[in-house]
Ligand binder design. Structure first.
Ligand code: ARG
Length: 264
Protein backbone atom coordinates (compact mmCIF):
# COMPACT_ATOMS: atom_id res chain seq x y z
CA UNK A 1 0.00 0.00 0.00
CA UNK A 2 1.38 3.42 -0.90
CA UNK A 3 1.43 6.36 1.50
CA UNK A 4 -1.68 8.17 0.24
CA UNK A 5 -3.72 4.93 0.42
CA UNK A 6 -2.32 4.27 3.89
CA UNK A 7 -3.33 7.73 5.06
CA UNK A 8 -6.77 7.34 3.47
CA UNK A 9 -7.16 4.03 5.28
CA UNK A 10 -6.27 5.59 8.60
CA UNK A 11 -8.82 8.30 7.97
CA UNK A 12 -11.41 5.69 7.07
CA UNK A 13 -10.53 3.60 10.14
CA UNK A 14 -11.22 6.70 12.19
CA UNK A 15 -14.54 6.93 10.42
CA UNK A 16 -15.11 3.28 11.42
CA UNK A 17 -15.22 2.06 7.86
CA UNK A 18 -13.62 -1.28 7.08
CA UNK A 19 -10.35 -0.44 5.38
CA UNK A 20 -10.01 -3.72 3.57
CA UNK A 21 -13.26 -3.11 1.76
CA UNK A 22 -11.84 0.19 0.58
CA UNK A 23 -8.54 -1.32 -0.46
CA UNK A 24 -10.33 -3.99 -2.49
CA UNK A 25 -13.03 -1.70 -3.81
CA UNK A 26 -16.13 -2.86 -5.63
CA UNK A 27 -17.08 -5.47 -8.27
CA UNK A 28 -15.78 -8.81 -7.07
CA UNK A 29 -12.21 -9.57 -8.17
CA UNK A 30 -11.78 -6.34 -10.10
CA UNK A 31 -9.65 -3.24 -9.86
CA UNK A 32 -9.97 0.54 -9.86
CA UNK A 33 -9.83 1.99 -13.37
CA UNK A 34 -7.95 5.20 -14.06
CA UNK A 35 -10.28 7.88 -12.64
CA UNK A 36 -12.80 9.10 -15.23
CA UNK A 37 -11.59 6.65 -17.89
CA UNK A 38 -14.98 4.89 -17.94
CA UNK A 39 -16.93 7.91 -19.02
CA UNK A 40 -20.25 6.38 -20.02
CA UNK A 41 -21.20 5.00 -16.60
CA UNK A 42 -23.64 6.79 -14.33
CA UNK A 43 -24.60 6.21 -10.71
CA UNK A 44 -28.33 6.04 -10.15
CA UNK A 45 -29.01 7.40 -6.70
CA UNK A 46 -31.90 8.21 -4.44
CA UNK A 47 -32.58 11.87 -3.86
CA UNK A 48 -30.79 11.31 -0.52
CA UNK A 49 -27.66 10.45 -2.54
CA UNK A 50 -27.71 6.72 -1.81
CA UNK A 51 -26.23 4.79 -4.71
CA UNK A 52 -28.72 2.16 -5.91
CA UNK A 53 -27.67 1.07 -9.39
CA UNK A 54 -25.43 1.74 -12.33
CA UNK A 55 -26.49 2.86 -15.78
CA UNK A 56 -25.02 3.92 -19.12
CA UNK A 57 -25.39 7.09 -21.10
CA UNK A 58 -26.51 6.24 -24.64
CA UNK A 59 -26.94 9.88 -25.61
CA UNK A 60 -27.02 13.14 -23.71
CA UNK A 61 -30.70 12.76 -22.78
CA UNK A 62 -31.03 8.99 -22.24
CA UNK A 63 -29.69 6.39 -19.83
CA UNK A 64 -30.04 2.64 -20.10
CA UNK A 65 -30.30 0.57 -16.92
CA UNK A 66 -32.14 -2.43 -15.45
CA UNK A 67 -35.91 -2.44 -14.89
CA UNK A 68 -35.35 -3.72 -11.37
CA UNK A 69 -33.53 -0.43 -10.60
CA UNK A 70 -36.85 1.41 -10.77
CA UNK A 71 -37.06 3.16 -7.39
CA UNK A 72 -39.66 5.61 -8.67
CA UNK A 73 -39.19 8.78 -10.66
CA UNK A 74 -39.61 11.06 -7.63
CA UNK A 75 -36.89 9.31 -5.64
CA UNK A 76 -34.26 9.11 -8.35
CA UNK A 77 -31.36 11.17 -9.58
CA UNK A 78 -28.63 10.40 -12.08
CA UNK A 79 -24.99 11.28 -11.50
CA UNK A 80 -22.64 11.35 -14.50
CA UNK A 81 -18.89 12.05 -14.31
CA UNK A 82 -18.56 10.33 -10.96
CA UNK A 83 -15.66 8.23 -9.65
CA UNK A 84 -15.57 8.37 -5.87
CA UNK A 85 -19.04 8.36 -4.37
CA UNK A 86 -17.81 9.97 -1.17
CA UNK A 87 -15.56 12.68 -2.55
CA UNK A 88 -16.88 15.64 -4.51
CA UNK A 89 -14.53 15.79 -7.48
CA UNK A 90 -16.11 18.68 -9.33
CA UNK A 91 -16.64 16.51 -12.42
CA UNK A 92 -20.08 15.27 -11.40
CA UNK A 93 -23.27 16.30 -13.17
CA UNK A 94 -26.47 15.53 -11.30
CA UNK A 95 -29.62 15.36 -13.36
CA UNK A 96 -33.18 14.42 -12.49
CA UNK A 97 -35.21 12.03 -14.61
CA UNK A 98 -38.13 13.30 -16.68
CA UNK A 99 -39.47 9.87 -17.65
CA UNK A 100 -38.82 6.23 -16.73
CA UNK A 101 -39.62 3.57 -19.33
CA UNK A 102 -39.22 0.12 -17.79
CA UNK A 103 -39.71 -2.62 -20.39
CA UNK A 104 -43.47 -3.30 -20.56
CA UNK A 105 -42.85 -7.05 -20.33
CA UNK A 106 -40.38 -6.95 -17.46
CA UNK A 107 -41.01 -9.94 -15.19
CA UNK A 108 -39.55 -9.58 -11.71
CA UNK A 109 -39.99 -13.30 -11.00
CA UNK A 110 -38.04 -14.60 -13.99
CA UNK A 111 -35.95 -11.40 -14.50
CA UNK A 112 -36.91 -11.52 -18.17
CA UNK A 113 -36.75 -8.15 -20.00
CA UNK A 114 -34.83 -6.49 -17.16
CA UNK A 115 -34.17 -3.25 -19.00
CA UNK A 116 -35.27 0.36 -18.53
CA UNK A 117 -34.71 3.66 -20.30
CA UNK A 118 -34.46 6.91 -18.41
CA UNK A 119 -35.07 10.24 -20.15
CA UNK A 120 -33.25 13.06 -18.38
CA UNK A 121 -34.84 16.43 -17.63
CA UNK A 122 -31.80 18.25 -18.94
CA UNK A 123 -29.01 17.08 -21.23
CA UNK A 124 -25.75 15.87 -19.78
CA UNK A 125 -22.92 18.12 -20.91
CA UNK A 126 -20.44 15.80 -22.64
CA UNK A 127 -16.82 16.60 -21.85
CA UNK A 128 -13.53 14.84 -21.08
CA UNK A 129 -15.13 13.10 -18.08
CA UNK A 130 -18.45 12.14 -19.60
CA UNK A 131 -19.25 10.46 -22.89
CA UNK A 132 -21.76 8.07 -24.38
CA UNK A 133 -21.50 4.37 -25.20
CA UNK A 134 -22.69 2.85 -28.47
CA UNK A 135 -25.52 0.33 -28.58
CA UNK A 136 -25.19 -3.03 -30.35
CA UNK A 137 -27.23 -3.56 -33.50
CA UNK A 138 -30.59 -5.34 -33.21
CA UNK A 139 -30.01 -9.09 -33.01
CA UNK A 140 -26.21 -8.84 -32.95
CA UNK A 141 -24.74 -11.73 -31.02
CA UNK A 142 -21.56 -11.68 -29.05
CA UNK A 143 -19.47 -14.80 -29.27
CA UNK A 144 -18.58 -17.08 -26.39
CA UNK A 145 -15.13 -16.22 -25.05
CA UNK A 146 -15.24 -12.57 -26.13
CA UNK A 147 -13.84 -10.51 -23.30
CA UNK A 148 -16.05 -7.71 -22.04
CA UNK A 149 -15.81 -5.15 -19.27
CA UNK A 150 -18.27 -4.68 -16.43
CA UNK A 151 -17.98 -1.71 -14.09
CA UNK A 152 -19.79 -0.44 -11.05
CA UNK A 153 -19.99 0.71 -7.46
CA UNK A 154 -21.42 -2.57 -6.18
CA UNK A 155 -20.24 -5.01 -3.52
CA UNK A 156 -16.69 -6.33 -3.72
CA UNK A 157 -17.42 -9.52 -1.90
CA UNK A 158 -20.57 -11.64 -1.94
CA UNK A 159 -21.00 -10.99 1.79
CA UNK A 160 -19.65 -7.43 1.93
CA UNK A 161 -21.81 -4.58 3.07
CA UNK A 162 -21.74 -1.59 0.78
CA UNK A 163 -19.81 1.50 1.72
CA UNK A 164 -19.38 4.45 -0.59
CA UNK A 165 -16.12 4.32 -2.48
CA UNK A 166 -14.64 4.44 -5.95
CA UNK A 167 -15.65 2.81 -9.19
CA UNK A 168 -14.35 -0.71 -9.96
CA UNK A 169 -14.11 -2.68 -13.16
CA UNK A 170 -13.31 -6.22 -14.29
CA UNK A 171 -12.92 -8.02 -17.61
CA UNK A 172 -14.99 -11.17 -18.12
CA UNK A 173 -15.49 -13.60 -20.99
CA UNK A 174 -18.94 -14.28 -22.48
CA UNK A 175 -20.30 -17.71 -21.52
CA UNK A 176 -22.57 -19.47 -24.03
CA UNK A 177 -26.25 -19.66 -23.13
CA UNK A 178 -25.98 -23.41 -23.53
CA UNK A 179 -23.31 -23.63 -20.82
CA UNK A 180 -25.05 -21.06 -18.63
CA UNK A 181 -28.31 -23.01 -18.86
CA UNK A 182 -26.75 -26.41 -18.13
CA UNK A 183 -27.82 -28.40 -15.08
CA UNK A 184 -24.50 -27.58 -13.32
CA UNK A 185 -25.28 -23.90 -13.76
CA UNK A 186 -28.61 -22.06 -14.12
CA UNK A 187 -30.52 -25.11 -15.36
CA UNK A 188 -32.85 -23.42 -17.84
CA UNK A 189 -33.39 -20.03 -16.18
CA UNK A 190 -31.52 -18.14 -18.91
CA UNK A 191 -33.86 -16.79 -21.59
CA UNK A 192 -32.84 -15.66 -25.07
CA UNK A 193 -32.97 -12.10 -23.71
CA UNK A 194 -30.08 -12.75 -21.32
CA UNK A 195 -26.35 -13.16 -21.77
CA UNK A 196 -23.91 -14.67 -19.26
CA UNK A 197 -20.34 -13.59 -18.53
CA UNK A 198 -17.75 -14.89 -16.09
CA UNK A 199 -15.15 -17.57 -15.43
CA UNK A 200 -16.16 -21.14 -14.58
CA UNK A 201 -13.79 -20.94 -11.60
CA UNK A 202 -15.62 -17.84 -10.36
CA UNK A 203 -13.71 -15.14 -8.48
CA UNK A 204 -14.67 -12.23 -10.72
CA UNK A 205 -18.17 -10.92 -11.18
CA UNK A 206 -20.58 -8.06 -10.80
CA UNK A 207 -22.47 -8.03 -7.50
CA UNK A 208 -25.25 -6.22 -5.61
CA UNK A 209 -25.15 -2.54 -6.44
CA UNK A 210 -23.69 -3.12 -9.90
CA UNK A 211 -27.13 -3.75 -11.33
CA UNK A 212 -28.13 -1.69 -14.30
CA UNK A 213 -24.49 -1.05 -15.12
CA UNK A 214 -22.73 -1.70 -18.42
CA UNK A 215 -21.13 -4.84 -19.81
CA UNK A 216 -19.16 -3.45 -22.72
CA UNK A 217 -17.80 -5.62 -25.52
CA UNK A 218 -16.14 -4.32 -28.67
CA UNK A 219 -17.03 -0.76 -27.70
CA UNK A 220 -20.75 -1.43 -27.32
CA UNK A 221 -22.98 -2.02 -24.33
CA UNK A 222 -24.02 -5.63 -24.96
CA UNK A 223 -25.20 -6.25 -21.42
CA UNK A 224 -26.93 -4.61 -18.47
CA UNK A 225 -26.10 -6.12 -15.06
CA UNK A 226 -29.24 -8.01 -14.08
CA UNK A 227 -28.90 -10.97 -11.71
CA UNK A 228 -26.84 -13.94 -10.54
CA UNK A 229 -26.53 -16.57 -7.88
CA UNK A 230 -24.47 -15.01 -5.13
CA UNK A 231 -21.48 -13.26 -6.67
CA UNK A 232 -18.38 -14.75 -8.28
CA UNK A 233 -19.34 -18.34 -7.40
CA UNK A 234 -17.74 -21.08 -9.47
CA UNK A 235 -20.12 -22.40 -12.17
CA UNK A 236 -22.40 -19.36 -11.82
CA UNK A 237 -21.53 -16.50 -14.14
CA UNK A 238 -23.27 -13.14 -13.90
CA UNK A 239 -26.45 -12.74 -15.91
CA UNK A 240 -26.95 -9.66 -18.05
CA UNK A 241 -29.85 -8.33 -20.10
CA UNK A 242 -28.91 -8.87 -23.75
CA UNK A 243 -29.16 -5.30 -25.03
CA UNK A 244 -28.97 -6.34 -28.70
CA UNK A 245 -32.42 -7.92 -28.31
CA UNK A 246 -33.81 -4.51 -27.43
CA UNK A 247 -32.19 -2.21 -29.96
CA UNK A 248 -35.44 -1.80 -31.87
CA UNK A 249 -37.42 -1.19 -28.66
CA UNK A 250 -34.83 1.38 -27.55
CA UNK A 251 -34.87 3.24 -30.88
CA UNK A 252 -38.68 3.14 -31.03
CA UNK A 253 -39.06 4.35 -27.45
CA UNK A 254 -36.75 7.30 -28.00
CA UNK A 255 -38.26 8.14 -31.39
CA UNK A 256 -41.84 7.98 -30.17
CA UNK A 257 -40.97 10.17 -27.20
CA UNK A 258 -39.88 12.96 -29.54
CA UNK A 259 -42.70 12.55 -32.03
CA UNK A 260 -45.18 12.72 -29.16
CA UNK A 261 -43.56 15.89 -27.85
CA UNK A 262 -43.46 17.55 -31.25
CA UNK A 263 -47.22 17.21 -31.62
CA UNK A 264 -47.88 19.10 -28.40
N1 ARG B 1 -29.35 -7.76 -8.85
C1 ARG B 1 -28.12 -7.19 -8.44
C2 ARG B 1 -28.29 -5.72 -8.16
O1 ARG B 1 -29.40 -5.27 -7.99
C3 ARG B 1 -27.01 -7.50 -9.38
C4 ARG B 1 -26.65 -8.90 -9.30
C5 ARG B 1 -25.56 -9.25 -10.20
N2 ARG B 1 -25.03 -10.45 -9.66
C6 ARG B 1 -24.03 -11.14 -10.17
N3 ARG B 1 -23.63 -12.17 -9.52
N4 ARG B 1 -23.49 -10.79 -11.30
O2 ARG B 1 -27.35 -4.98 -7.95
Amino acid sequence: MDLPSFLLCILLEVLAINCQDVAQGRIVGGYAPVPHSIKYIVSIQTTERQHVCGGSLINKYWVITAAHCNVGINKMMIVAGDYSLIIYEGTEQEILPQLLVPHPEYNSTTNNNDIMLIKLKAPVYLNSYISIILLPRQGASILEGRVCRVSGWGYTSPSGGQIPSTLRTVKLPIVSTEKCNSSESFGGLITENMVCAGYSAGGMDACQGDSGGPLVCEGRVYGVVSWGRGCADAQFPGVYTAVSKYRRWIDNTIFSFYSRCNKI
